[in-house]
Structures are given as structure tokens and as C-alpha cells.
Design a protein. Sequence first.
Length: 168
Amino acid sequence: MDSLLDYLDMLEELLENSKSAPFSSKISVDKEQIFDILGEIRMNLPVEMRQAQRIIEDHDKIIAEAKSKADDIIKESAVIAQEKADEHEVYKIAVEQSREVVDEAKKTSRDMRMSAVEYADEILSKTENAVRDAMENLVRHSREIEDSFSETIDVLYSNRQELRGNKG
């Protein structure tokens, strides 16, 4: 089982397939099965957290690669400028081209950094929403299970009272 949604589906199936109490909308569920599924959910929560961490690491790697590429472009332009420095007119052209290359490298680096940040933010947002949705579903299902247990206890108490002759 990989997905929290699979565990939630198992909980829903367990609730749907549980025996109904006579003359009531209440059901009887296997407590151990519920606890087993909840335990599996708890064990699988860190998987999403590790995925979010990997996304952050990928973001850092992309930025590092962009910086490295920009440094390479700057070094390359410096070498080109030095080679052309021998002739005055060629030197002027090389200086201008070097500035253009440096400016383009800075722009490319800035664009790559912005793209990486936007991409990482988008992925983190999606992951955050998925984890939030899973948590909300888990909370909702837990409340439903708790309500079901509470109703079952009420029915059992009422039945016991009827057996004793008390109509409380």
C-alpha cells in the first residue's frame, strides 16, 4: 500500500461492509482493523514529507547548476576578451561582446533561478495541498469513525437498559 488515499478507501470499505445494528443506522466495526489501518497511515505520512524534501533539494541543485553555467559563461567570455586584447579595434569589439555575454549570462542565470523557484514553489504547493487534503480526509474519517463508535455505544447501552427493564 503506497497511498494514503488507499488507506482511506480501506477505512471506507470497512465502514460500508460493517454489520448494521438491528433497527438502527449504527454499525459494528472491527476495532483492530481500524487501528491497523490508522497505524499504516501514520507510517506512510513521512513518505510525503520526504518527497517534499526531495523537491527542495532539486530546487537547490537547479540553482547551483544555473550558477555554475553562468560562471562558465563568464570565464569563457573573459578568455575570449583576453585573446582579442592584442588588437585595439578587436579589443573594443571583444569588450563589448564580453559585456553582452556577461549580461546575457546574468539574465539567463536570473531567468533560470526564477524558473527554478517558480517550479519548486508550484511543486511544494501541490505537495502541501495533497498533504493537507489527506490530513483533512483523515480527520473527517476519524470523526466519522468516532461518531459511529459513539452511536454503537449508545445503542448497546440502550439495549442493556431495555434488557433490565429500564426505559432510560
